[in-house]
Design a protein around this ligand. Structure first.
Ligand code: PMP
Length: 461
């Protein structure tokens, strides 16, 4: 057989892919019939495919390539680290310089009361760490019955057994007998879809108070933690009403419940501040990190712990760790990524320049007859599609059909937005320029026009 390289014809690569590669979150037979788009390279905010097309990536890969593609210095750092020390573990009383340096750096960026990090290889396994960690924390505090973790419906916390249990995705729970015992879910603060006649503020309070009700129902002495994304990402970029987080914080404080902020998407600048927790004034006990930590250049994640949590955990050995906890190359890459983030003032630029500009353009897209709500925070946003703005109506024949039409039209026009149900979402690299935003807004408006025409023709609205 020929060597498999970029030089093979697309159809051949697609056939090989279909023959041997099972994709995540994919209907394999449907993909095999259609053929996967083969991505061969990337630079800045653009991908290149095997047909030579240039594609604008308004999702930063999977919400992660914050510094953009094609950074030479990261490749250089990775190369140097692989030559110097490609691997060693941090079990058994050893450490290495990349892990020391990254732990110091990450905790210097974290809120003042958080000074330790436990490394994982991504967000899912970091959340698995959190499950075991909070339960053991309470055992060490003499309250071993505090075991239950409360999460939210339609949350996403990862795909491992533990993380998918924390998540509130029904379709995922339907496969593999999830959730595991001791994880329960309350309703999400999605005002547009579920707020009815309430104002967003009333609804935010009501949904936050479901946490207090759930704690009362389970008994405070049985609840270990509450976990939530500051903004739900994969659930559809759900930006909670302003009343939501302050009330959640009050409830966690009042009932001695650990608060885990899953910062896997929001962390490292996505919302225009270092942390989503800064944007929403959350004071977490634990933060889950991944994605923007390395901008996707190497797999790495982790859990940042408050001093209170760490001090208790430090009184015992935690029988937990991953072969790749603090992988030297991933740590070195993450450090270089954070250096770039700071040196180029990417977060300040998002906060002061591109986020306000995007917000303006996004509000413009909100004027389109197909858009019921245009949500945006920093560089993460959603367009909620509807056949009728006034009533916030859903489309005929269930959610998702119109979203798929719109997503496919974006893809055909060589720019990537993702759909969640009938929501179109974006999370572009933090280097996204005003010019990129203009292009996105122009293309998105045309896609909305075409989507409306297609949905009308198909009788979906
Ligand atoms: N938490 C959140 C909020 C996420 O968005 C994701 C990934 N999309 C994860 C956890 C899981 O991270 P990973 O895919 O790196 O395991």
């Amino acid at each position: 057989m020929n060597m498999i390289t970029n030089h093979l014809p697309t159809a051949e690569l697609q056939a090989l892919d279909a023959a041997h590669h099972m994709h995540p979150f994919t209907d394999s037979n449907a993909l095999a019939a259609k053929g996967a788009r083969v991505i061969t390279g990337a630079k800045g905010v653009h991908l290149r495919d095997s047909d030579g097309q240039e594609i604008m990536d308004c999702m930063a890969g999977l919400w992660c390539v914050n510094i953009g593609y094609g950074r030479d210095s990261i490749a250089e750092v990775a190369r140097r680290q692989l030559l110097e020390l490609p691997y060693y573990n941090t079990f058994f009383q050893t450490t290495h310089v990349p892990a020391i340096a990254l732990a110091e750096k990450v905790t210097s960026l974290a809120p003042d009361h958080m000074n330790h990090v436990f490394f994982a290889a991504g967000g899912s396994d970091a959340n698995d760490t959190n499950i075991r960690l909070v339960r053991h924390y309470w055992a060490l505090k003499g309250k071993p019955e505090k075991q239950v973790i409360i999460s939210r419906k339609n949350a996403y916390h990862g795909s491992t057994v533990g993380a998918a249990s924390l998540g509130g995705m029904q379709a995922m729970h339907g496969q593999g007998t999830l959730p595991i015992p001791g994880v329960v879910h309350i309703n999400q603060p999605h005002w547009y879809l579920e707020g009815g006649d309430m104002t967003p503020e009333e609804f935010g309070l009501q949904r936050a108070r479901e946490l207090e009700k759930k704690i009362a129902e389970l008994g405070e002495d049985n609840v270990a933690a509450f976990i939530a994304e500051p903004i739900q990402g994969a659930g559809g970029v759900i930006i909670p009403p302003s009343t939501y987080w302050p009330e959640i914080q009050r409830i966690c404080d009042a009932h001695e419940i650990l608060l885990i902020a899953d910062e896997v998407i929001c962390g490292f600048g996505r919302t225009g501040n270092m942390w989503g927790s800064d944007t929403f004034s959350i004071r977490p006990d634990i933060m889950t990190i991944a994605k923007g930590l390395s901008s996707g250049y190497a797999p790495i994640g982790g859990s940042i712990l408050s001093d209170e949590v760490f001090d208790v955990m430090a009184t015992d050995e935690f029988y937990h760790g991953y072969t790749y906890s603090g992988h030297p190359m991933s740590c070195a890459v993450a450090l270089e990524n954070l250096r770039i983030l700071e040196e180029e003032n990417l977060i300040g630029n998002v906060r002061d320049v591109t986020a306000p500009y995007l917000a303006e353009k996004w509000a413009g897209l909100g004027e389109h007859p197909l858009v019921g709500e245009a949500r945006i925070c920093g560089l993460v946003g959603a367009l909620q599609l509807t056949p009728d703005k006034a009533s916030r109506a859903a489309f005929a024949e269930g959610p998702g059909n119109v979203g798929v039409i719109a997503r496919d039209l974006c893809f055909e026009d060589n720019f990537i937005m993702r759909h969640v149900g009938d929501q179109l979402i974006i999370s572009p690299p933090l280097i996204f320029s005003k010019e990129n935003i203009d292009t996105l807004a122009e293309k998105a408006w045309k896609v909305l026009d075409k989507t409306m025409a297609s949905a009308t023709e198909k009788g979906l609205m």
